[in-house]
Ligand binder design. Structure first.
Ligand code: AMP
Ligand code: GLY
Length: 427
């Protein structure tokens, strides 16, 4: 089969690596891809939002299956355009990707179908939002409605901060049109878990759990980033939590989308908060998480192409999704100064160490081929993933492998997955 992957980050590299293991894969293309993906796929210089070019390319190369990794093209309707051209695509249509594309939509859906989440109100008028804040309990959480690169969420401790936040989102439009509407919701405490799932419109199959470290500095300090590392499984995702989520969250979400005439096919990412009152949905995403995919997919035993096709054809009930009984840790190697400002263009050494190392992966995020060399080309440069019998071993392996690679201004957190059992829950 000819496969096309749309996207250019560590997530797409992990998807490509998973697809490359399938005996069904003949030729793999990636638009636009990156230097690491280029080692297992042919990268084509087409941007993820260039829908017409993607459709034309897929027809020309007789692509049998396209996998869309990123949120923007999904929310923008790439799947609809490809399907209209008779192409097979793994990912939700526009009317289902709204589950991620509009927080107001997803909150209303959860309320209507009694799916546990934080109490909230939606606003499209800043004056009403400001009036609501007069009696809101602090801290309070403000969310821009639309896609905002994971940055459209503000946690405000005082009414003054919250008022300022409303102005930032709705009047100054810091997150652009994403802030035309906003959600104000109750602040929840507890541990966060990411649960990815495959969905075929009716059936849902849950992948092994993961946890992301979003802050830039050790000890979960510093600014929010796209993710500085992940581990899988999460020791906090117990059987009890799993049973609760299966009963009240997962299938309920899939059924709710179908009942709304928006059947969801693709990956639903459940961002969960394990609160003292039980699990609650923090957010939905309509795609694999990044860097969650970098620890979850290497542990998946199934053939990625088979699972994706089962989702497209509504046969997911016939798939027995299986994960290795081990653990994985991913340490992100970033450019010093990320997420604010950083230099790029530095040569990366040591990448060849990963070619022969079983159970070790070097997923590229911000890299670029520069003649013979591969150079840094972004804030998050590489995701170094290693497996181990348990999290402790996986962590030791990941940090060992993180030393195999060198480039100027290399930065990483030193506590990804560290003493996981002792990590304090956020109060
Ligand atoms: P979201 O994009 O909705 O997942 O929000 C980004 C991050 O903000 C989450 O991963 C949480 O760390 C935090 N967050 C979002 N909503 C809440 C909430 N209601 N209570 C506490 N923290 C939240
Ligand atoms: N790691 C969080 C996300 O992919 O949205």
């Amino acid at each position: 089969m000819n496969i096309l992957i749309v996207g250019s980050g560590g997530r797409e590299h992990a998807i490509a690596a998973s697809v490359a293991k399938s005996p069904k894969a003949d030729k793999i293309y990636c638009a636009p891809g990156n230097a690491g993906i280029g080692q297992i796929a042919e990268c084509v210089p087409i941007g993820a939002m260039e829908f017409e070019k993607i459709v034309a390319f897929a027809k020309e190369k007789e692509i049998d299956l396209t996998i869309v990794g990123m949120d923007d093209p999904l929310v923008g309707g790439l799947v609809d355009e490809m399907e209209a051209a008779g192409l097979r695509v793994f990912g939700p249509r526009k009317n289902a990707a709204i589950l991620e594309g509009s927080k107001a939509f997803s909150k209303d859906l959860m309320k209507k179908y009694h799916i546990p989440t934080a109490a909230y109100e939606n606003f499209d008028d800043p004056k009403k939002a400001l009036a609501y804040l007069e009696q809101a309990k602090m801290p309070v959480v403000l969310k821009a409605d639309g896609l905002a690169l994971g940055k459209g969420v503000l946690i405000c401790n005082t009414p003054a901060e919250a008022r300022e936040g409303v102005r930032t989102i709705m009047e100054d439009k810091k997150f652009g049109a994403a802030g035309n509407r906003m959600v104000i919701e109750e602040f929840m405490t507890g541990r966060e878990v990411s649960v990815l799932s495959f969905v075929d419109g009716k059936t849902i199959r849950i992948m092994s759990s993961a946890q992301d470290h979003k802050r830039a500095l050790d000890g979960d300090q510093g600014l929010n980033t796209g993710g500085m590392g992940t581990f899988s499984p999460s020791p906090f995702y117990t059987e009890e939590v799993d049973a609760f989520c299966r009963k009240y969250i997962y299938q309920a979400t899939v059924d709710a989308m179908a009942a709304e005439g928006r059947p969801f096919k693709g990956v639903i990412f459940f961002g969960l908060m394990l609160t003292p009152d039980g699990p609650r949905v923090l957010e939905y995403n309509a795609r694999f998480g990044d860097p969650e995919a970098q620890v979850v997919l290497p542990r998946m035993k199934n053939d990625m192409i088979e699972v994706a096709e089962a989702c497209i054809d509504g046969r997911l009930d016939q798939i027995d999704l299986q994960f290795e009984d081990n653990a994985a840790v991913c340490v992100v190697l970033a450019s010093q100064g990320y997420p604010v400002s950083y230099e790029k263009g530095f040569a990366i050494d040591g990448l060849e160490r990963f070619e022969e190392a079983e159970g070790y992966y070097c997923f590229h995020a911000g890299t670029k081929q520069d003649g013979e060399r591969i150079v840094t080309n972004g804030g998050r440069v590489l995701g170094i993933t290693a497996k181990g019998a348990d999290l402790k071993e996986a962590r030791a392996n990941a940090y060992k492998a993180a030393e195999w690679v060198s480039f100027d201004n290399k930065y990483m957190r030193s506590d990804i997955g560290k003493a996981i059992d002792e990590m304090p829950a956020r109060e």
